[in-house]
Design a protein around this ligand. Structure first.
Ligand SMILES: [Zn+2]
Length: 613
């Protein structure tokens, strides 16, 4: 694993960090037996299958099969590199890391991500400094004051100002010898059309640094102070900035969100800041994009309820239609607040205060009821109106996967329209079928793209993992992980040599050479594998608590060895089928040849094998 943090420091971090504590920052965990469980942050679910073991210092999700240790959790959750996750934990748990100039070799090892984040951080300091003491900062500071933003909030959110010059940031970073290519990659520079160089992307704007949950500066939003356009400008997508996975201000809102169980979702930076300043700290803003399922995954770790706040009917309806299915899927209650005409959250709370805001949020309609009400207002309840309502709502209804929830809404709607429930259901079914077809087409397209990109090997490994035939192999590795007493016998029996699944074999050999005897042994093993799939398997096989005894273990070993020829045959057949599916005739013939040699099949059986596909 590429890192320049000394091994003993990694060890120190691992000993100091507590996975339950770290995961708790993102997932609401409850004690369940010896482990903790919660809703998985990596896939959609309503019943917890995400498990964390404090004893083994690992996590595993029984739903999506993701697993790992405290480092891999952060890597996956926040998209960090290994050294980044280590440094983050070192900071949090007070482990001193050696500082000082990096050698050339070390510099090479620093990931691109880290460089980008460092550049963003420098840019944030530049903008912030410009606001507080720059030549033209006064104007910006006065503007913020006029909007009622306090100095404390300016400091908390590190608000900044981008000077009017075309090369303010460019020169400042240039003096620090930051490579131009990297500044451009961070989205802070734009190439001139005639290829004659670069200019600052953000000019003469108030700057809002965008932080992720690990408190890293990953991008920026910029707002003009007059009527010029565009009013808002955001960082482009970069390796560290993905607006579908970020909510502005969530890092600061997290604590209150958890306390209240509610998050207010607004659309603008000023809205979020204005609410925050008035004590409504549990608010976050989308970054010029629709609410995505990733956003909802993100908030699900902190809240049970989301209140979406909109300043125009149109935006509110669109967002509600799109998100209702996602909220139901995650089991988060969602409500919609439509502000009085002419108001945005900022102006509303400035004029009426926090109490009025809370009251309005409390009385807000639940998403689906909101959609029904607006459709009713729009179409009326004439015959044509009713048809209009049905047409408006069927897409939102069809997007709800949970059958009982969908049924309840259908009932409500049929009552409103005075139409038979079955008629509504029929309409929804039709729409659902259309939606599914659309999804299938896009899924197939994705699959094709992935196939083209991914290696054939990994796909084969995957299909094998699903097969029943590696059940015995999984059992052997599980017992090696959970019942180390068996390791000498595993070694002596050479059972690993009979493995067909190369991934499981690799893991088995790793366990054999590094017996996970100590408390955090499995977590240590995970640090040794550089491959997500292997880490997932390691976690899934070690987190289950099975009762092993030496007799059963011996039975499994001898069963696996005894079944070896038969399993070899099934394995080859599976591979032949895969090769034929891929139209790889050469490989198929080669494997058939192997099959013939390794088994006692006669010609008739051979023909059957061939006919099976
Ligand atoms: Zn999961």
């Amino acid at each position: 694993m590429a890192n320049f943090i000394p091994e003993d420091k990694i060890e120190e971090i691992k000993n100091a960090a507590d996975i339950v504590e770290v995961v708790s920052e993102y997932v609401l965990l409850k004690k369940a037996g010896r482990n903790y469980s919660g809703l998985c942050p990596f896939h959609s679910e309503k019943t917890p299958s995400f498990t964390v073991s404090s004893e083994k210092q690992i996590f595993h999700c029984f739903g999506c099969n993701t697993g790992g240790n405290v480092f891999s959790f952060l890597m996956k959750q926040d998209g960090l590199s290994f050294p980044e996750s280590a440094r983050f934990l070192a900071g949090r748990y007070g482990v001193d890391l050696p500082v000082g100039e990096m050698s050339a070799k070390m510099r090479q090892q620093v990931s691109e991500r880290e460089q980008l984040i460092k550049i963003n951080h420098q840019a944030m300091d530049f903008f912030h400094g410009n606001l507080l003491s720059g030549r033209h900062g006064e104007k910006a500071l006065a503007y913020l004051e006029r909007r009622g933003i306090s100095r404390t909030v300016v400091d908390t959110f590190k608000l900044g100002f981008a000077p009017r010059a075309w090369d303010g940031l460019f020169n400042s970073l240039g003096r620090k010898h930051v490579p131009v290519g990297m500044i451009e990659k961070a989205g802070l520079l734009v190439a001139r059309k005639d290829n004659s160089g670069f200019y600052d992307r953000f000019r003469d704007r108030i700057i809002f640094p965008i932080l992720n949950m690990s408190m890293q500066t990953v991008g920026f939003g910029g707002r003009v102070m007059d009527d010029s356009l565009p009013k808002y400008l955001n960082s482009p997508e970069t390796p560290v900035y993905n607006k579908r996975r970020l909510l502005y201000g969530l890092h600061a809102a997290k604590k209150k969100c958890r306390k209240e169980g509610t998050i207010y979702v607004v659309e603008g930076y000023f809205d979020q800041i204005s609410l925050y300043q008035r004590g409504i700290e549990n608010a976050a803003a989308t970054l010029g994009t629709a609410l995505s399922s990733e956003h909802i995954h993100l908030m699900k770790g902190f809240v049970k309820r989301a209140v979406l706040i909109f300043d125009s009917d149109e935006a509110g309806i669109k967002a509600s239609e799109r998100s209702v299915g996602m909220f139901v899927r995650e089991g988060i209650e969602a409500r919609v607040v439509m502000l009085p005409k002419g108001h945005d959250p900022d102006s509303y709370v400035s004029e009426f205060g926090a109490e009025a805001f809370y009251k309005m949020a409390e009385n807000a309609l639940e998403v689906m009821s909101f959609l029904m009400k607006t459709a009713e207002k729009k179409h009326g309840l004439s015959v044509n109106g009713k048809l209009g309502i049905l047409a408006d709502l069927r897409r939102a209804l069809a997007s709800i996967e949970d059958m009982s929830a969908r049924q309840l809404y259908i009932k409500e709607l049929s009552e409103l329209l005075g139409i038979d429930e079955r008629t509504v259901l029929e309409k929804v079914r039709e729409t659902k079928a259309t939606l599914e077809k659309e999804n299938q087409i896009s899924a197939r397209r994705n699959e094709r793209l992935q196939l083209a990109a991914g290696s054939e090997r990994s796909r084969k490994a995957k299909s094998l993992n699903k097969g029943v035939e590696n059940r015995l192999e999984r059992q052997v590795v599980a017992m090696m992980l959970q019942y180390p007493e068996i390791l000498p016998e595993v070694d002596a029996s050479c059972v690993l040599d009979h493995f067909l699944d190369s991934t499981l074999q690799f893991i088995g050999k790793l366990v054999l050479s590094h017996p996970p005897g100590t408390k955090e042994g499995v977590s240590n093993l995970m640090s040794m594998v550089d491959d997500t799939e292997k880490r997932n398997i390691l976690a899934s096989l070690s987190i289950k608590e099975e009762m092993w005894n030496i007799r059963d273990c011996r039975k499994i070993i001898s069963k696996l060895i005894g079944h070896s020829p038969k399993r070899q045959e099934i394995f080859l057949k599976e591979q032949i089928r895969a090769a034929e599916r891929d139209n790889n005739q050469d490989l198929a013939l080669k494997l058939l040849d192997e099959l013939q040699k390794s088994t006692v099949l006669n010609r008739k059986q051979m023909r059957e094998v061939l006919r099976e596909h």
